[in-house]
Design a protein around this ligand. Structure first.
Ligand SMILES: [Zn+2]
Ligand SMILES: [Zn+2]
Length: 145
């Protein structure tokens, strides 16, 4: 997606809800739509600090929460306590490298629908389920041992 389209989508969502369009919101959203895409709040802060000096971690968190409420980013738990924000919001599974921490999308796998069904059967009201496959990425596996 072109940078202008990325901005337009965010500006449209903000205006629809009567929310202000601020440089922080624009720049943080852009950072998440960049190549890296799976980013912790700390990584987002590091990537925007050149453009927005003085931005604090709480500001980054509150902006990420806003983007999440607009359904422009999704929160993904990596299973080791870290939370990563993902600008790809449709359900998809991830791989996480236990050595270098790299998270990547796993193509061709649906959300674990079976787990959602079982949760419903048990009287739970599920939002969504996320599948994370742990192991070693290609690079780390190549240098393993
Ligand atoms: Zn790795
Ligand atoms: Zn992803």
């Amino acid at each position: 997606m072109a940078a202008s389209e990325i901005d337009e989508r965010l500006v449209g969502e903000l205006r629809d809800r009567g929310l202000r369009v601020t440089p922080q919101r624009i720049v943080i959203h852009r950072a998440l739509c960049s190549e890296a895409r799976h980013m912790t709040a700390e990584q987002v802060l590091a990537s925007v600090s050149d453009v927005l000096p003085g931005t604090s971690l709480p500001t980054v968190y509150s902006t990420l929460e806003l983007l999440e409420s607009l359904q422009l980013v999704r929160r993904v738990g990596t299973g080791n306590g870290a939370v990563v924000f993902d600008s790809r919001v449709e359900p998809h599974a991830h791989t996480v490298c236990r050595r270098c921490g790299t998270m990547a999308d796993l193509e061709g796998t649906a959300a674990p629908d079976d787990a959602l069904g079982r949760a419903s059967d048990a009287g739970f009201v599920p939002d969504h389920a996320q599948l994370v496959v742990w192991g070693l990425c290609r690079d780390c596996a190549a240098t393993d041992g």
